[in-house]
Design a protein around this ligand. Sequence first.
Ligand SMILES: O=CC(=O)O
Length: 333
Amino acid sequence: MEDQNQCKTSDQQLQNLNLPKVLLHGPPGFSSVLQPPYSEKFHLLNHSSLPLHQFAATHPHHCATVAAVLCDGGYPLTVDMLSLLPSLRLVVTASAGTDHVDLDECRRRGIQVAGAGNLFSEDVADLAVALLIDVVMKISAADRSLRKRHVDSRAITYASKVTGKRVGIVGLGRIGLEVAHRLEALNCKVSYNSRKQKPFVPYPFYSNVVDLATNTNVLVLCCALNDQTRHIINREVMVALGKGGVIVNVGRGALIHEKELLKCLMEGEIEGAGLDVFENEPLVDEHFFSLDNVVLSPHAGFSTLESYVAICQLLGRNLEAFFSDNPLITPVI
Ligand SMILES: O=CC(=O)O
């Protein structure tokens, strides 16, 4: 554990005593998400060099008094972890998804949670459409082929038209809607599946993902991961999508039964996949690496420079709002 401010003067350390303690729960370097003026308003603690339970064992006083956690999307906050922080009142996550945070436990303990809101929706939608176009038009496969000096583009099999494709969006929240708007410009025929039919959208609704797959060429997964959506894309759905079918996933890896996806890709049950997320992140199943009909992206849907600058501000503003007794800017609960 390092105290974020340990190299400052002891005067500043004394000053820290009056500042709310915020525990940073993310990768090395995560502390840079809070910049002045926000970084000066909190006593930042960074445990990235130690697992949280070891930090708790070696720094019980800090753990007992941490008031807020600032966490990164890939960093779980389980019941056990939350129990190490008895004074915790706020979790701010730098992600739109909240499947890594035990929200039920936060509710039970009255801990408020803020997230990224819709900040990343446009970037994620851009990436979804980029992956769709790449897989369908075989851009990355052609690039690989050219680099091997196979200059005849037909050395790879024929690409397919994006224009006019029937695209089924799974999860028509803000990201799904952004994807739909982009696809309309490409003359794609959009339909969707979600928990409930949305009265305000013009797209056909399918209450069942198998029916959606049967009636489309491409599935784009934009929904949240929860008990209802885990492995929502199983073999039955992939077979229903059919041999020319493509799956794009910008939601969470575990929306797809990944082993079945690999089998379907290898056996030609579906045509291809564009994946920004994986079931065992940060690990990626290496079987994907040898498949030419897959385009891979390292969970990068939210990593534009513009959005990074914006999320840094938003995290600080949520912390500031909470500790000034104002409503959270982007509340989850
Ligand atoms: O995956 C990224 C996010 O949830 O913001």
